[in-house]
Design a protein around this ligand. Structure first.
Ligand SMILES: *Cc1c(COP(=O)(O)O)cnc(C)c1O
Length: 460
């Protein structure tokens, strides 16, 4: 299970985080929580300490993408280096890694167009540009998600409006409907923690109110909903290739859409507002927009090379995760009183983790403590951010005091804070997450099932 990407750490870093229940941010999670579980699995196969009980060392789910690195990525990287062409548009070696990756990625996701960029956050900024969102517009997003879903709305000068999550751990379709105003231009339907959100009612409500749907599939790359790949069902979808996601190049992101105008706006924004040949070609020479002020979020050929090697393995990564998650879910589904995460489409879930709900926060904390004592990679549904309760959000702090997001009457009237998301806070307090690894063995799956059963039953 240990890979060169995941070197063993000193023993002291293996102990569980001091306070297993704090609502840490993803960065703290990466620095502490995940590092603790990602340490090593040296105890695997160790002699049992108590007769009849099987000892097992800290279980390491690892990082999925790097666990599948092999000669494919290496050979593609070598080609880029040897040809002297690390830039996507030109160079001595007729570079085509990013171009090819975009075309394969679009086909894989079932969309007409794909755009490779430098991160999932950049992809969100491009999506905002593609949807032509700006000052005066409102964008609805879930209260619990990653920062980028909030910052992209701010960078666009639009007003973020928070909606609750439900037991899917994703956007509550009913609360989304309640938050729509005549100014609502888009909703960010996030597929968090490997699970597709309940898109059908979201798409239906959005269509009725002429609200654009931006799918954030950063944490669900390759997942599906009703047989279609997430990211391809709304107006535009985005993905991240950062190490914690699925296929990875360390950093990187992509956007997909089947709407030419959205693609043109996103492609222009990602490259200074111009429309380089490859995009004009894909649009069949039918440009609908004029040049405007953009950014530089171009993907490098080195990134394209790694992703070109990773993409063909995405289905295998997901199959491995699903098999292990399926084994664990099967083993705990029959527990009396167990309340699993609600899955709008179980077949489309990545199997990145299994989730269940405890009676209250105290029970959740006791459950976490006991799972961790048994070396199980358990946490709260940590990894993202309770956005409305963040100080910088409450104080509406953008990079300039007169930022247009908050100067409109609606922006001035907006109140964030815990009152904005009571349901989401309650759900966060009750759910337990147990990470699943693509490389888990049957023995680890059985161990997880045995311990979750025992601990859940003892806590009631
Ligand atoms: C990781 C993530 C992003 C941003 O991706 P980066 O590549 O890290 O910029 C956006 N949304 C969600 C839900 C994420 O988890």
């Amino acid at each position: 299970m240990q890979t060169p990407m995941n070197p063993s750490r000193p023993a002291e870093s293996r102990k569980p985080a001091a306070n297993p229940v704090s609502e840490f941010t993803r960065r703290e999670f990466l620095a502490g929580g995940l590092a603790a579980v990602a340490a090593t699995a040296t105890g695997l196969g160790a002699e049992a300490s108590t007769p009849g009980a099987e000892a097992i060392g800290p279980i390491d789910p690892g990082y999925v993408g790097p666990q599948f690195f092999d000669q494919q990525e290496m050979a593609a990287l070598r080609e880029v280096m040897e040809s002297g062409s690390p830039f996507r548009y030109w160079g001595p070696g007729r570079p085509a890694k990013v171009r090819n990756f975009e075309e394969r990625f679009a086909a894989h996701m079932g969309a007409r167009f794909a755009l490779g960029v430098t991160s999932g956050t950049a992809a969100l900024d491009c999506a905002m540009a593609g949807l032509e969102i700006g000052p005066g517009d409102e964008v609805i997003l879930p209260s619990y998600t990653w920062w980028s879903d909030y910052t992209c709305v701010i960078q666009a000068g639009a007003l973020p409006v928070f909606a609750e999550i439900d037991r899917t751990l994703n956007l509550d379709p009913r609360d989304f409907a309640r938050k729509i105003t005549p100014r609502t231009k888009a909703v960010i339907a996030v597929h968090l923690l490997g699970g597709p959100c309940d898109l059908e009612p979201i798409l239906e409500t959005a269509a009725r109110h002429k609200v654009a749907v931006l799918e954030d599939a950063a944490q669900c790359v390759g997942g599906s909903y009703h047989g279609k790949k997430v990211g391809s069902l709304g107006d535009v979808g985005i993905y991240s290739f950062q190490i914690n996601k699925m296929i990875t190049s360390g950093e990187g992101g992509a956007l997909v859409t089947s709407t030419p105008r959205i693609y043109e706006g996103a492609a222009r924004f990602h490259d200074m507002g111009g429309l380089p040949g490859v995009f004009a070609e894909r649009l069949g020479g039918n440009s609908q927009l004029k040049m405007f002020a953009g950014e530089n979020f171009r993907m490098s050929e080195l990134t394209g090379a790694v992703l070109g090697g990773q993409l063909p393995k995405l289905d295998r990564m997901i199959a491995a995760l699903r098999q292990n998650a399926g084994a664990v879910l099967e083993g705990i589904r029959t527990l009396p009183g167990i309340r699993l995460r609600q899955q709008p489409d179980p077949a489309g879930d990545l199997g990145y983790a299994v989730f269940f709900e405890m009676r209250d926060r105290e029970m959740r904390d006791r459950c976490l403590q006991q799972l961790r004592q048994n070396n199980i990679p358990a946490s709260t549904m940590a990894g993202s951010v309770m956005l409305p309760t963040q100080e910088s959000v409450i104080n509406k702090r953008a990079r300039h005091a007169d930022w247009p997001s908050f100067t409109t009457p609606a922006g001035q009237a907006m109140r964030y804070g815990a009152e904005a998301c009571p349901q989401t806070l309650g759900i966060f307090d009750r759910f337990v997450q147990v990470r699943i690894g693509a490389k888990y063995t049957q023995r680890i799956n059985d161990y997880l099932v045995d311990n979750i059963r025992k601990i859940h039953q003892s806590l009631g």
